[in-house]
Design a protein around this ligand. Structure first.
Ligand code: AOF
Ligand code: ZN
Length: 346
């Protein structure tokens, strides 16, 4: 197997960790000796052993690491975090060559792992191929804020609701399942007050068990004046209420009220970034989505489109008043009776 194929194998291993590593990246590693793959490992869950260590543990004999090559999707770490530094371990067991998919943008590593290996005389190659892994992780450390995805469901004539009807079922079962999967890949999900009160969403991920469910975030005017018994207050997942007024109420333990006078989208992403949130899904409604668009804080747009002409109804982005925004189509696929369109800003 050549370098590319080995890196691809390590990336496939890394994928197995998707959904389980929380704010850690997914990482895969392969150990090769004389062209033979001896072991494969991946980062299985947040707080657990890193990919390199799991690969070493898979060796039939630890002595086989001596003189071997390690192919790892992310730069080995150089710090004592929840686990000791992987770079030191690779040096200790006698790895001779390390092929790295991408450098680690996390400032606690950021090139130090590579330099540690090189200082020990290990031959290091950086391929600069992320394999599309860790998009939010990489984005977060580069742009210092979460990657923002807006999700909408619309009809062929661009409507989200029938005139006068609050909640119209537009897309089908397959789109529902897909949007649940999408939720499962996010660290936070945000709705505005209208959606919170009218739809009363739970914003939980129903179809999979997650070690760390996304934080539920609602933008509200005054947290203390919300109706009682909202589903969001059910203690099923951590919840932030972004309120414009201070609170004097006692909240369930899962609920935190954060206060800002205006809650501009830039403030929202900044305050979430301070809490380490790397990805944010904006689910609605139209007013909130429009504000994120106007602030140019939409990195990814996912549009489920139903083959229906609705006639009179509320257009999805009716509240967007800014200049024309162009997106790049990254994927378009049929999904049951509907389509899923995946777009990226720039
Ligand atoms: C690796 N291999 O498999 C992972 C790495 O808190 P810790 O000790 O688990 O460290 C987490 C950080 O370590 C994470 O943010 C990233 O910089 C690096 N993750 N590094 O070499 C791995 N998961
Ligand atoms: Zn490590």
């Amino acid at each position: 197997m050549d370098e590319r194929a080995l890196l691809h194998k390590a990336q496939m291993a890394a994928r197995q960790g998707i959904g389980h590593t929380y704010t850690n990246p997914v990482v895969g590693a392969v150990i090769v000796q004389d062209g033979q793959v001896l072991a494969t490992g991946y980062h299985q869950h947040f707080g657990g052993a890193h990919a390199e260590i799991n690969a070493l543990l898979q060796l039939p004999d630890p002595a086989l690491a001596k003189g071997a090559t390690m192919v790892v999707t992310l730069e080995p770490c150089s710090h004592y975090g929840k686990t000791p530094p992987c770079a030191a371990k690779l040096i200790e067991v006698g790895i001779k060559r390390v092929i790295i998919g991408q450098l680690d943008p996390n400032p606690v590593v950021a090139g130090r792992g590579k330099r540690m290996l090189e200082a020990a005389g290990i031959d290091v190659t950086v391929v600069n191929d992320t394999g599309d892994l860790n998009q939010a992780y990489n984005f977060f450390y580069r742009d210092q804020r979460p990657l923002v995805t807006v999700k909408v469901a619309q009809t062929l004539d661009g409507k989200m609701n029938q005139a006068g009807v609050q909640r119209t079922l537009i897309t089908g079962e397959a789109a529902y399942r897909d949007s649940q999967r999408l939720r499962g890949q996010q660290q936070a999900i945000l709705v505005g007050e209208r959606t919170l009160v009218v739809d009363n969403p739970r914003l939980t991920v129903r179809e999979q068990t997650l070690d760390y469910p996304p934080v539920r975030v609602a933008l509200v005017d005054d947290a203390d004046r919300l109706p009682e018994h909202l589903n969001l207050l059910d203690d099923q997942a951590p919840t932030f209420l972004l309120s414009r007024h201070a609170t004097h109420k006692k909240w369930p333990t899962s609920v935190q009220v954060l206060v800002d006078e205006a809650w501009m989208p830039a403030t929202v992403v900044h305050r979430l970034a301070q809490r380490g949130i790397q990805s944010l899904l904006v689910e609605g409604g139209s007013a909130v989505q429009s504000r994120f668009l106007a602030a140019e804080l939409v990195d990814r747009l996912i549009v489920y489109t139903a083959p229906t002409i609705l006639g009179p109804g509320l257009p999805v982005f009716s509240e967007y008043q800014g200049h024309p925004l162009n997106f790049t189509l990254t994927q378009m696929q049929p999904l049951g009776k509907d389509w899923r369109i995946d777009l990226r800003r720039k």
